[in-house]
Design a binder for this molecule. Structure first.
Ligand code: NAG
Ligand code: NAG
Length: 472
C-alpha cells in the first residue's frame, strides 16, 4: 500500500506539472487554431485563385452594382489599376459624331484644322460659364468617356469607351443639346431654321441610318438633354432612347419617364463651401430664398409664399435671378442660412437645390413633382425637408416646421450634406462617386431592363421579313 501510495504520490507529485503542460499545450493549439480561423482561413477562402471571379461570359457580364460603400467600392472601381473592359462597370460605345454636334459648339475648330473629331484632352475647349454651366452635363460625360482608356488615368473605372458597338452595354450620343439650345435657338436670317433645329434634324437622320439604332430600336442609346427646352424637336422621334434630364416637367409620359430615363443634378453655380466650420448659431438667416417670383405654370406658389413669409424677421425672401454679381450675393446668403427654400418654378427642378447642397444649407423642398437624382441610392430625407405645396400654403405651417428643427437635428442634416455633396460635383478628371460616376452607375443599373426590352422586341422580328409569317 505504502509502495503503491508512494507510487501514487509520486504520480500525483508529477500531476501538477503534467496538468500545467497540458493546459499550456492546449492553449497553444487552440490559440493557433483560432488565429488561423480569424485571419488566414477567410483569406485563403476568398483568395481569387480559389474562386472563379471571371464573368460567366463577356456577353452576359453582370451589371450588379447598386451602391457599395467603403473598401468594396474602392476595390471594385479599381482607383489605381488600369481601366479595362473587364473591370469597368459599364461599357460604352460613343458615336464619332462630327464636331458641329459637340466640341464645335464650343468654337473648337478640330475638323477644319486637322480632320480630328475629338479635341486633345490636354487642351480642352472651355464650356461657357454663367448659367450655361448648370446644364453642362453633356460636356463632363463626354470628357469622361474620352479619357476612359488613358493608360495613366487616375480615378474610378466606372464607364469605359469601347470601339466595337457589339461589345457595348449602351450607345452614347455625344450631342451637346443644352449648349445647342442656349447658343443657337434663334433663327439667323437669311436662314429659315435655327441651327439648334437643324442639328436635331441631322441627328435624327444620322441615327436612323445606324445599325446600332436599328438593332435595338434606339433603346440602348443614351442622349443627354438636360436643359428642359433642349431636344424639343427631336425628343419624340428619339423617345425609345434613355434621356439624361433635369426633370420630366416638359415631357409627355410616353416620351420620358422615371422608369426609362435618368435624372441628373444641375451643376451648381454657387461656390462650394470649402472648410465649412459654421454652426447652427453662426448662420444668422433662418430661411433663405432668392429667385424670380412671377413664374408661369407651377410657379404661382412662390407668390403665395412670399405673402406668407414677408413679415418674418429671420427669413430672407428676395427676387432676382442669380446672374453676375447675383451669384456672389447668393453664395454669401446661402452660406449664412440654416435652411434654403426650393420652390417649384416653371419646371419642377431648379439649380437652387444643388446650390443649397453646395452651401450646406438644408434644402426645404416644396415641389410635389420633383424627381431627384439617384434617389434609389440616396435618401434625401436625411438632409432635406419636404413639404407638400398644399401644406406649405397653410398659414404658419412652413415656419412651424422649420422652427421645430433644433440645433441637434439641424447639425445632423448639415453633417450629412457635407458627406453627400461630392455626389453633386461635376469635374474633369472625375473623382470617385462624383456626379459623373453616379450618373454612369444609374445608367448601368438600367442596362438589364433595356436588354429585356430589346430581347422582347426581337420576338417577332422574323414576321417583318415575311418568311416566318407565311408559315402560319
Ligand atoms: C465586334 O464584336 C463582335 C462580337 O463580339 C464581333 O463578331 C465582330 O467581329 C467585332 N467587330 C469588329 C470590327 O471587330
Ligand atoms: C481648407 O483646409 C485645408 C486644410 O486645413 C487647407 O489646406 C485649405 O487651403 C483650406 N481651403 C480653403 C479654401 O480655405
Amino acid at each position: 500500500m505504502a509502495d503503491r501510495n508512494s507510487h501514487s504520490n509520486g504520480f500525483e507529485s508529477r500531476r501538477p506539472l503534467f496538468c500545467f503542460f497540458t493546459i499550456v499545450t492546449s492553449f497553444f493549439v487552440f490559440s493557433w487554431f483560432f488565429f488561423l480561423r480569424s485571419t488566414s482561413l477567410p483569406h485563403l477562402l476568398n483568395h481569387p485563385s480559389l474562386l472563379n471571379q471571371k464573368p460567366i461570359s463577356n456577353n452576359v457580364k453582370e451589371t450588379e452594382f447598386p451602391y457599395h460603400s467603403g473598401e468594396n467600392e474602392a476595390q471594385q472601381q479599381g482607383t489605381s489599376e488600369k481601366c479595362t473592359t473587364n473591370n469597368a462597370i459599364i461599357r460604352v460605345f460613343m458615336y464619332d459624331l462630327p464636331p458641329e454636334f459637340h466640341f464645335g459648339l464650343l468654337d473648337w475648330k478640330g475638323e477644319e484644322e486637322s480632320g480630328k473629331i475629338w479635341p486633345d484632352l490636354s487642351k480642352i475647349p472651355e464650356y461657357p460659364g454663367g448659367l450655361n454651366l448648370q446644364h453642362s452635363i453633356e460636356f463632363w460625360l463626354t470628357l469622361d468617356l474620352l479619357a476612359s482608356r488613358f493608360p495613366g488615368r487616375k480615378g474610378p473605372c466606372v464607364a469605359i469607351r469601347v470601339d466595337n458597338s457589339s461589345q457595348a452595354d449602351i450607345i452614347f450620343v455625344p450631342f451637346f443639346s443644352s449648349l445647342s439650345y442656349n447658343r443657337h435657338s434663334k433663327v439667323k436670317p437669311p436662314e429659315k431654321l435655327s441651327r439648334n433645329k437643324i442639328l436635331q434634324e441631322n441627328l435624327i437622320q444620322f441615327l436612323s441610318k445606324k445599325d446600332e439604332w436599328k438593332r435595338s430600336g434606339g433603346r440602348d442609346h443614351v442622349i443627354v438633354a438636360h436643359h428642359p427646352n433642349s431636344m424639343l424637336d427631336a425628343r419624340i422621334s428619339l423617345r425609345p432612347a434613355m434621356f439624361i434630364l433635369a426633370d420630366f416637367g416638359r415631357y409627355l409620359q410616353q416620351v420620358a419617364n422615371v422608369e426609362k430615363d435618368v435624372i441628373a443634378p444641375y451643376k451648381h453655380v454657387i461656390k462650394s463651401f470649402v472648410n465649412d466650420t459654421s454652426t447652427f448659431a453662426s448662420r444668422p438667416i433662418l430661411l433663405y430664398f432668392q429667385g424670380a417670383i412671377y413664374r408661369k405654370d407651377g410657379g404661382f406658389i412662390r407668390q403665395e409664399l412670399f405673402y406668407l413669409l414677408k413679415d418674418e424677421k429671420d427669413v430672407h425672401f428676395a427676387f432676382g435671378s442669380a446672374k453676375g454679381s447675383g451669384i456672389n450675393q447668393a453664395s454669401q446668403g446661402m452660406h449664412s442660412s440654416k435652411f434654403c427654400l426650393n420652390i417649384a418654378g416653371d419646371t419642377p427642378s431648379s439649380n437652387r437645390l444643388f446650390d443649397a447642397i453646395a452651401s450646406h444649407c438644408i434644402p426645404v423642398i416644396i415641389s410635389d413633382e420633383i424627381e431627384l437624382p439617384y434617389e434609389d441610392v440616396i435618401d434625401y430625407s436625411e438632409f432635406c425637408v419636404f413639404l407638400r405645396a398644399s401644406d406649405a400654403l397653410k398659414e404658419g405651417f412652413l415656419m412651424r416646421v422649420i422652427r421645430s428643427i433644433g440645433e441637434r437635428e439641424w447639425t445632423r442634416m448639415w453633417r450629412r450634406l457635407i458627406e453627400i455633396e461630392k455626389h453633386f460635383e461635376y469635374q474633369y478628371p472625375s473623382q470617385p462617386d462624383d456626379a459623373v460616376q453616379m450618373i454612369w452607375k444609374v445608367v448601368a443599373r438600367k442596362v438589364p431592363s433595356i436588354r429585356l426590352k430589346v430581347h422582347k422586341g426581337r420576338r417577332y422580328s422574323r414576321s417583318r421579313t415575311g418568311k416566318w409569317i407565311s408559315r402560319i
